[in-house]
Design a binder for this molecule. Structure first.
Ligand SMILES: *Cc1c(COP(=O)(O)O)cnc(C)c1O
Length: 474
């Protein structure tokens, strides 16, 4: 098949998929075994046959989860921005690695522009940063920066024989923090989880107590992460008291804004949720979550000059690949990164930023907050539903309230499962305050009040259906 014909066929498939992305059910559900049979993964290939290849593509699309569909409410992303999808296609076609200027000149300049724009917005004046593969990676790099900043010799000598290091997070912090403690040689038991208050925020008194305990036992507290929007509850750890504690205990203060960091686009919401952010040591934000950029797209910012990041990350003989700019400036972004190959994520962000602008993103985030407020009010109006914990920001943690005698957790799990398998909607679950919640998140610009109403009614109907069928819920 001619190249042009291949692209034409591809574009037709893409356009058709995109046109239908909000139609019908969000998924044609199959169990893994049944889906495997359906896909014929074992069929013999190797003939270089394009018709056969497009059959695979059709099968992929037929069973793909329509994450653009308004009933897809499962995760912190969905409904990617079309400008960023265009960027993603171009990045795939041009296939390069954003680690050197010579292989990715435009991407390098776009990424530098992004970093400066975000540093200015956050208020890290002379800071530095990088795009990473996501906030999990960003949290790990921030923890590593804190470790090496406290003790520069760790980079060469490791942790063996040194003072025991301890990191502190909200008990509901993202699991990537535990993984970072594992990777960095701290050990997961050196990540201390601070209990939360009635709003889901880290209790400052409990944090201070644990800091003092670690010190009196001869340990060294080196890293505290505030979560700006916890994954399930949506709580923002208060920065002002953490900054005051930093004065006393000299730890690194990282802000994990993977989810809720998007409030920085709106002055009003930033004042409300993240005052004093500009005084933190590092900050991460996922553009692929609330702002809607195609997966993956993240930025990690440091309140430190760029040589700092280079010192933290670079190691080994890089002379075969990286070259200094004439003025000694960082020219190859790979020198600041832990990766060698780096996807071109800057283009997606750039196209979104130019298309919507900061004001467009601010309006979007403000609207999402209003819709969450609306959803919370609707939960209050429907007698079958209840909020499990009060809404702190963008997360609506609710559940179906089963009649006395039926335990809420297995019932709500079954309800969620039924909604998934019937293709009605997919909603996330999690635990807040020790209780299972259905976690409604709004990250799709095609979701409005009618879609929220439809979703909540569908939860009510599914719950009624399960009750009518009866079952042993123990
Ligand atoms: C989603 C999330 C992460 C992980 O981000 P990825 O980009 O998916 O790796 C980290 N922290 C918080 C608070 C999150 O919500």
């Amino acid at each position: 098949m001619e190249q042009d014909a291949i692209f034409e066929r591809l574009m037709q498939l893409i356009a058709r998929y995109y046109r239908d992305r909000e139609q019908g059910a969000f998924v044609d559900y199959f169990d893994p075994g049944a889906l495997r049979q359906h896909l014929h993964l074992e069929d013999k290939g190797g003939q270089g046959n394009w018709d056969e290849l497009f059959t695979w593509v059709e099968r992929y699309l037929a069973h793909a989860v329509k994450t653009n569909h308004p009933a897809y409410l499962n995760r912190m992303w969905g409904g990617a921005n079309l400008p960023s999808v265009v960027g993603e296609v171009i990045a795939a076609v041009t296939n390069t690695s954003a680690c050197t200027f010579e292989t990715a000149p435009v991407s390098t300049l776009m990424e530098q522009y992004l970093l400066q724009t975000m540093l200015d917005l956050v208020g890290f004046g002379e800071g530095c940063g990088q795009m990473t593969t996501g906030s999990s990676n960003a949290n790990m790099i921030a923890m590593m920066a804190a470790r090496n900043s406290l003790s520069p010799k760790t980079k060469h000598q490791g942790l063996c024989g040194g003072q025991q290091l301890f990191a502190f997070v909200n008990a509901d912090a993202h699991y990537s923090m535990d993984r970072a403690a594992n990777i960095l040689g701290l050990g997961t038991s050196h990540l201390l989880k601070i209990p939360v208050d009635a709003h889901g925020c880290m209790r400052i008194d409990a944090l201070e107590e644990q800091l003092a305990q670690v010190i009196s036992a001869g340990g060294r507290p080196f890293f505290v992460a505030a979560t700006a929007g916890t994954t399930v509850w949506g709580a923002y750890d208060p920065l002002a008291p953490l900054l005051a504690l930093r004065e006393r205990y000299r730890f690194w203060l990282h802000v994990d804004g993977a989810w809720g960091g998007s409030v920085i686009f709106s002055d009003r919401l930033r004042q409300r949720f993240l005052p004093a952010l500009e005084q933190a040591d590092s900050f991460t934000l996922d553009f692929h979550k609330m702002p809607g950029t195609a997966l993956m797209c993240n930025v990690l910012l440091f309140n430190r000059p760029s040589m700092f990041l280079r010192e933290v990350c670079s190691a080994g003989d890089e002379s075969y690949i990286f070259h200094q700019g004439e003025d000694g400036e960082v020219r190859d972004l790979g020198t600041l990164s832990l990766q060698c190959g780096r996807r071109v994520d800057s283009l997606k962000w750039f196209l979104d930023w130019k298309f919507y602008g900061q004001d467009g993103l601010a309006e979007r985030v403000e609207r999402y907050l209003e819709l969450c407020q609306y959803a919370e009010a609707q939960v209050g109006r429907l007698p079958e539903l209840e909020m499990v914990v009060p809404r702190e920001s963008f997360n609506v943690c609710f559940r179906f309230k089963p009649p006395v005698g039926i335990p809420a957790e297995p019932f709500n799990r079954a309800l969620r499962e039924r909604m998934h398998r019937t293709g009605r909607a997919l909603v996330g679950t999690g635990h807040a305050n020790g209780q299972l919640v259905l976690r409604l998140l709004i990250t799709n610009i095609n979701v409005g009040k009618p879609e929220i109403d439809r979703f909540l009614l569908s939860v009510v109907e599914t719950g009624r259906e399960l009750l009518a069928e009866g079952s042993d819920w123990q």
